[in-house]
Design a protein around this ligand. Structure first.
Ligand code: SF4
Length: 312
């Protein structure tokens, strides 16, 4: 039995059958990698921008959807589908262009949820209104996956995020006010952060009561700027057990209803430069997490609402 609220559990409870996220690429790139900013993007950024490996560069949007649905049916026995704009920043266009893109994709299959992955500084009022309207027009659940990584501005600056924590809080509040579900992306083990910094982030986000959370261990693609820091030996990495303890600490302090959408970085083995190279696979991590929580008679939300003054 899982001692935390997994995404599969949410789907089962809500829809009563097996659903699968169909990942597509909007082709929009990312403002943090744009020529105007000259920033080069987040230092951990994979140039592919989290593009699913099964997608072919030449495929149209509809072809991506058809490929994803065929794969989900064949490999995972999925019975219903959620449309997931996963790569780069999927709101990085005018609201007219976004509307045309989202509508076209939604018309291709009977999708039950629309999930958009983006950044806190790429959600103007018109885009949030568009998402709100799509939710009403299609009777869909609409999620935004919002990348934050850390609440500490010194870390966000160091990893070149191009936004601060205040911008995240503003976008989070606007999305919630519009009835959009929000899942937050975090990375544990960022450069310059110790356990106390990480726990401050985890505790602050728990207080926000997000609809969902995605935990990531730091992954360093060979083509990323962070790889240089790593190669020079200037970047200590946290190991499996250490990361497990931090995730467990967080889950115990999350609201019971928050959905855990991801526990570790989803790095396809086919991709080069897998660092750290010996990280547990997903199932092993879930088993270890359940064993750790069970061993101390704990579960998601066991310490929710308790003071976290022990952070030091
Ligand atoms: S926001 Fe995402 S796509 Fe953009 S630079 Fe950062 S990691 Fe890369």
């Amino acid at each position: 039995m899982e001692l935390f609220r997994s995404y599969n559990q949410y789907v089962r409870e809500r829809y009563g059958k097996k659903g699968w996220r169909i990942s597509v690429d909007s082709g929009f790139s990312c403002p943090n990698r744009s020529a105007d900013r000259k920033s080069g993007g987040c230092t951990f950024c994979d140039p592919s921008g989290s593009r699913p490996v099964y997608l072919d560069d030449e495929q149209t949007l509809w072809q991506q959807i058809d490929t994803g649905i065929a794969l989900a049916k064949r490999k995972y026995k999925a019975e219903m589908f959620f449309l997931y704009f996963q790569s780069y920043t999927s709101t990085y266009a005018s609201s007219d262009k976004l509307e045309a893109l989202y509508e076209s994709a939604l018309s291709r299959a009977d999708f039950r949820e629309l999930i958009i992955s983006t950044r806190p500084d790429c959600l103007p009022e018109e885009t949030i209104n568009l998402l709100k309207n799509l939710k009403a027009r299609h009777s869909l659940e609409v999620w935004v996956e919002l990348g934050l990584q850390s609440i500490h501005d010194k870390t966000l600056e160091r990893i070149n995020r191009g936004h601060d924590y205040r911008q995240f809080l503003e976008s989070f509040a606007k999305l919630k006010a519009a009835g959009i579900k929000v899942a937050i992306h975090l990375i544990l083990g960022l450069p310059g952060e110790n356990d106390s910094d990480i726990k401050m982030t985890l505790a602050a986000l728990s207080e926000l009561r997000p609809d969902g959370i995605k935990y990531h261990n730091l992954h360093i693609p060979e083509a990323s700027p962070l790889f240089c820091e790593f190669s020079l030996g200037e970047l200590p990495l946290i190991g499996n057990r250490h990361y497990l303890e931090l995730v467990a600490w967080s889950i115990e302090r999350l609201p019971p209803e928050t959905i855990i959408l991801r526990l570790t970085t989803d790095t396809p083995s086919a991709r080069s430069g897998r660092i750290p190279g010996h990280f547990w696979n997903k199932q092993k991590f879930v088993n270890e997490l359940n064993a750790l929580l069970a061993g101390r008679g704990s579960f998601q939300g066991a310490h929710y609402n308790e003071s976290v003054s022990e952070i030091s």
